[in-house]
Design a protein around this ligand. Sequence first.
Ligand SMILES: [Fe+2]
Length: 282
Amino acid sequence: MGKLALAAKITHVPSMYLSELPGPQNGCRQAAIDGHYEIGRRCRELNVDTIVVFDSHWLVNSAFHINCGEHFQGIYTSNELPHFIKDMSFEYDGNPEFGQLMQEEISKTGIRVQAHNIKSLELEYGTLVPMRYMNQDKKFKVVSVSAFLTSHELEDSRKFGEGLLKAIEKYDGTVAVFASGSLSHRFIWDREVSRGMDSYTREWDRQVDKHVVGMWKNAQWPEFIAMLPEYAEYCYGEGGMHDTAMLLGLLGWDQYDKPVEIITDAFPSSGTGQINAIFPVE
Ligand SMILES: [Fe+2]
């Protein structure tokens, strides 16, 4: 019987990569990077063998998709932000066996889901950035999930999370699950780019994010779930906030009752709201 050892909502901002390099952004995202190191350390402590990432940069227009390739290796440049992430090398092992199990169990919830082991199906940076800080030594196998869903209901992403829990229970191993996406996501207007580097685009989003983080700290899950569709809509949720819906589906939806543990305090980046927060499991 497998185990869900750790669940978290995590940032993946490309300025973490810039933060490593010499230049004006050097050091600017150290707190976020340290948060990833800490989450990686906890995964090691809990004997995690596989990490599942809900990647809000993997856009799909139809069905749910799982990238469970055997091995991922290459040099990545973001086509969204090539001036932020350029020539970033990566190498991780995948877990095709667990990806297949995910497909079997998640499809029982009634949603359309496909697992893929295709050499040319590449990872997006919602997966690659966190793995850079948590998994440099290839300790963990990586399975990536499409979470930029253009035609999908949040209720179906909840089912994805519920099915994933069943797959973990049938798996012979220990799994961590990350929702890799932002809080609010009104990306900074291009003409105001320098202002946006370390501030929110709109005060509205800053205030709502602050309120939401307070709800998470107080375990107000039924209320948060009730506002999730409007939060995603009015605060430009990254990928429609499907990563968050999947995470809460995994954890029991409105029956989830634990306060989050903040690993990196909420911070703005390119106008958007970001956080590293562990969602405690039994
Ligand atoms: Fe993003």
